[in-house]
Design a protein around this ligand. Structure first.
Ligand code: ZN
Ligand code: ZN
Length: 341
């Protein structure tokens, strides 16, 4: 649970139970720490100490409310990191992440005050629309990321409008950047440049078919331009959220190209190169993932062996070690940490 800035505690809390007819109680079998959990860890999210953290989890249904139709006790499930109703005007338009009834797991009062998945049990409201069953043969480690970072990587790649033969620049090789690299491959690019400053992460990017560019050693924009005949990449996927990374994402694409930003912004406002974007006729897309639309197809891609999201897991730890896990992830000593209760 959140214990205040840079403090995570492991403690016993009462077992949650379902109170609404559309809810499911899930016994968590695997949780993960996400980059956006670090925004909480750094004290940048309005959340009270004592709240259970975690929004990436899989588990087994233990109890369901009377109106839950798709799930029964014993079902293995993966949940989206947020809930959606499937019935409101924006859900009916397919924008589940804009659902008027949405709430986010483990993110405190301001984001709907749901429980967290870095725990033994979590209650999932609007369960029929917020969870997917895990097909048999898919492990927890393979399934967990469809609820957030794998869907986000796919969303970023899809909105980059990658065409066969394209050159793509992925900015950031953290968990989301690695997922974006993996998903970009599904669209048939000739080359994917991956920019980061951490060698261990760039090594994973290379294993996924990316061309690593270490921004500590070379200037990423000029390196991408040199390797594309001076033009720049056809599209870029921004997976960090800091201004310098957004700037690199914009500058590394050619005229007429597309920038797809999925990194969680670390500032509310900032410099934006309106004139450059206009002069180069660029398309700039930004947003957080519409997860519920992607969970099913991504589980099918995993089942078919087309993608292997679990390759990014660098550390497997027990929930009891959560405080140390947060410290390691924050220090970039780990690429991705999963926690078993
Ligand atoms: Zn996340
Ligand atoms: Zn809705």
């Amino acid at each position: 649970m959140y214990g205040g800035e840079r403090e995570v505690h492991v403690t016993d809390v009462p077992k949650p139970s379902i109170t609404g007819s559309g809810e499911a109680l899930v016994k968590v079998t695997l949780g993960a720490i996400c980059g956006s959990d670090l925004h909480i860890y750094h004290g940048n999210i309005p959340i009270s100490p004592g709240k259970v953290l975690g929004h990436e989890f899989v588990g087994v249904v233990e109890d369901v409310g009377a109106e839950v139709k798709r799930f029964k006790p014993g079902d293995r499930v993966v949940s989206s990191f947020f809930t959606s109703c499937g019935l409101c005007a924006l859900c009916r338009k397919g924008w589940f992440n804009q659902c008027v009834n949405k709430a986010t797991f483990g993110f405190g009062e301001y984001y709907g005050d749901l429980g967290g998945g870095q725990s033994e049990y979590v209650v999932v409201p609007l369960a029929d629309h917020s969870m997917e069953p895990i097909p048999s043969g898919i492990s927890d480690e393979q399934a967990i990321f469809v609820g957030d970072i794998l869907s986000t990587g796919y969303f970023g790649a899809e909105r980059a409008e990658i065409k066969p033969g394209d050159a793509v620049a992925v900015i950031g090789a953290g968990p989301v950047g690695l997922m974006a690299t993996m998903c970009a491959q599904l669209f048939g690019p000739a080359r994917i440049f991956v920019v980061d400053m951490v060698d261990s992460r760039l090594e994973v990017a290379q294993e996924l078919g990316g061309i690593p560019i270490n921004a500590k050693e070379v200037h990423p924009v000029s390196t991408i331009q040199e390797q594309t005949g001076g033009l720049g990449a056809d599209s870029s996927i921004e997976c960090v959220g800091v201004e310098a990374a957004v700037d690199t994402a914009i500058r590394s694409v050619r005229g007429g190209g597309t920038i797809s930003m999925v990194g969680v912004p670390s500032v509310v406002t900032g410099e934006f190169p309106y004139l450059d974007i206009w002069l180069k006729s660029l398309t700039f897309r930004a947003g957080w993932c519409n997860v519920q639309a992607y969970m099913r197809p991504l589980l099918d891609l995993i089942a078919a062996g087309r993608i292997r999201p679990d390759v990014i897991i660098s550390h497997r730890m027990k929930l009891d070690q959560a405080a140390e896990a947060y410290r390691m992830f924050d220090a970039r000593e780990a690429t991705k940490i999963v926690l078993t209760p």
